[in-house]
Design a protein around this ligand. Structure first.
Ligand code: NAI
Length: 298
């Protein structure tokens, strides 16, 4: 099975390449700028058409959450127009599209974990453009799997785990927000979930397998809880650590508003596909250890 991923350097794209390595019958190919530029729908269509994949993973996106507040037109062009083009190209080939979306489509007002059909209410420009992307993808390709994920981290690119470890190199105490709750999610687990979905779709593409699904780490915490866990694991692996000072969202102003609670229920994915991500603490421990080892002098 040939899987084509949009974007080459994104943490989910790189995780897909890593997790597909050595797996029989999977050819994972990535394509990004300048050849495939989400700003230019015709380049997206052509790049996908030429490669004739069996499945498209639409992972590339405008992901700078705060910057999107001042750059809405570009974020919308990329996150809705670009995503639509990827989904449409897959539809023309008659193949499914797995499109990545976000917990930030929700307002954060709910007390419990969000279900797929809970009302949306994005609080930020990024969230609104990603929601427009969901609508565009669903409209362009009936064979769509829209995966809302959250708080992604990995050994690659820029993410919260790497930021915490880098800051602990020079600081003994770090202020981290303790009143926003979500599911830290390893991009390597996201990649495993996507591979599972791809195989299930190839085996039996029944109608219940399409639609919106939540894919996130099992268990939830606050950003401060996430940071504390990172430092416990780093310290035990001989890496940097810092004390976490619990601060409120009000004490850490940012341009884009984040939901206070964006915990995602992953029961639908477990029910339909029989797959759930590991407990976030296990995956976090693996990635922190790997990052500490990679940083250690040899
Ligand atoms: N990182 C996170 O915490 C979360 C990410 N997501 C979604 O998951 C998907 C993947 O996220 P990450 O891998 O973490 O993102 P990332 O920021 O690591 O990578 C994004 C990729 O998109 C590419 N890209 C940006 N503009 C482009 C354009 N005009 N044409 C072609 N490529 C372009 C970038 O070069 C980069 O390779 C995105 O759709 C994102 O919205 C959803 C929830 C949480």
């Amino acid at each position: 099975m040939k899987i084509l991923v949009t974007g080459r350097e994104g943490q989910i794209a790189r995780s897909l390449v890593e997790q597909a390595r050595g797996r029989p019958n999977i050819v994972m190919e990535t394509v990004g700028r300048p050849e495939l530029d989400l700003v230019k729908p015709e380049s997206v269509m052509a790049a996908i058409r030429e490669r004739k994949p069996d499945l498209v993973v639409s992972a590339a996106a405008y992901t700078a959450v705060d910057q999107a507040e001042d750059d809405v037109d570009m974020a919308l062009t990329v996150n809705a127009g670009g995503a639509r083009a990827a989904a449409k190209a897959a539809a023309e080939l008659g193949v499914p599209v797995v499109h990545l979306s976000t917990d930030y489509v929700f307002s954060g007002d709910k007390a419990g974990a969000y279900l797929e059909d809970d009302p949306v209410g994005p609080q930020s420009a990024y969230g609104r453009t990603k929601l427009a992307g969901e609508v565009a993808v669903a409209d362009a390709n009936p064979k769509h799997v829209i995966l809302r994920t959250a708080w992604a981290y990995s050994p690659f690119g820029r993410n919260f785990v790497k930021t915490m470890l880098a800051q602990a190199q020079t600081r003994s105490s770090i202020g981290v927000v303790c009143d926003q709750f979500g599911n830290p999610t390893s991009a390597l687990d996201i990649a495993d979930g996507i591979l599972h979905i791809a195989r299930a779709l190839a085996a039996m593409p029944s109608a219940d397998k399409f639609g919106i699904f939540h894919l996130a780490g099992t268990g939830s915490t606050s950003w401060a809880g996430f940071a504390e866990n990172i430092f416990v694991e780093s310290r035990s692996a001989g890496g940097p650590f810092a004390a976490v000072q619990r601060i409120s969202t009000a004490e850490y102003p940012s341009k884009a508003k984040r939901p206070a609670n964006s915990r995602l229920s992953t029961d639908k994915l477990a029910r339909v596909y029989g797959w759930r991500a590991p407990d976030w603490r296990l995956s976090c421990a693996d990635i922190v250890r790997r990052l500490v080892q990679e940083a250690a002098p040899t």
